[in-house]
Design a binder for this molecule. Structure first.
Ligand SMILES: Cc1cc2nc3c(=O)[nH]c(=O)nc-3n(C[C@H](O)[C@H](O)[C@H](O)COP(=O)(O)O)c2cc1C
Length: 192
């Protein structure tokens, strides 16, 4: 069982990349194999049905979908833009759902693994509204299994230690519990 970690931001100093990296670190510290990837390595144009009709999904969407398929559990750290997910994250998910072989819905890769979510924001709510939206996109939109536990890090500018851990002990525990729960669920789901 292996976990994939990524964030819905490509910003150099992204708090959500920090959170995804921390989640990866927590997994490794608990003997759970995983990898962190940066969406900047999978640049995709803004979805447009004319583009799709002309050329099909971009190579990066195919590659990212193939990558998702290699991991039994996926953790997404989701920034909050205007009470929702970033266009980057939504666009990535949208393109991936359009990569499909004949007879496929395109949602198979979401429905055959387990997702965990978290968010970090400089505001007071820790990206909570982004998490609600992402939960809806994944659960309702793609039919994915999303574990109930989640991580929300408010005041993110001041939340992380130099070593990437969380200054607040309770938050660090919450993050650890969420990643452990994701690993347990992904293991069970993969075995079922
Ligand atoms: C267009 C835009 C809208 C934003 N809206 C929100 C918001 O609704 N709630 C919030 O907590 N932060 C909001 N922010 C601030 C982001 O949380 C902040 O830029 C954060 O650093 C983005 O995540 P990142 O650090 O992972 O790139 C917004 C930022 C932008 C650029």
């Amino acid at each position: 069982m292996r976990l994939l970690f990524f964030a819905g931001s490509t910003r150099e100093g992204s708090y959500n990349k920090k959170l995804a990296r921390l989640a990866h670190h927590i997994a490794e510290a608990n003997g759970i194999e995983g990898v962190f990837v940066d969406l900047k390595d999978y640049p995709m144009p803004l979805y447009n049905a004319d583009l799709e009709a002309a050329d099909g999904p971009p190579r990066e969407a195919r590659e990212f979908k193939a990558l998702l398929g290699e991991y039994q559990g996926v953790f997404i750290a989701s920034p909050e833009y205007n009470a929702s997910v970033t266009p980057l994250l939504k666009n990535t998910i949208d393109w991936v759902t359009r990569v499909r072989a004949k007879g496929e819905t395109g949602l198979e890769v979401f429905q055959s693994r387990v997702f965990g979510i978290g968010g970090a924001s400089p505001g007071y709510y820790g990206g909570m509204r982004s998490l609600l939206t992402l939960r809806q996109i994944l659960s309702v939109g793609t039919g994915a299994l999303v574990i109930p536990q989640q991580i929300a890090i408010p005041r993110a500018a001041n939340a992380f230690e130099e070593d990437g851990s969380l200054k607040d002990e309770a938050q660090q525990k919450l993050a650890t519990g969420t990643i452990e729960a994701l690993a347990i669920a992904a293991r069970k789901f993969a075995a079922s």
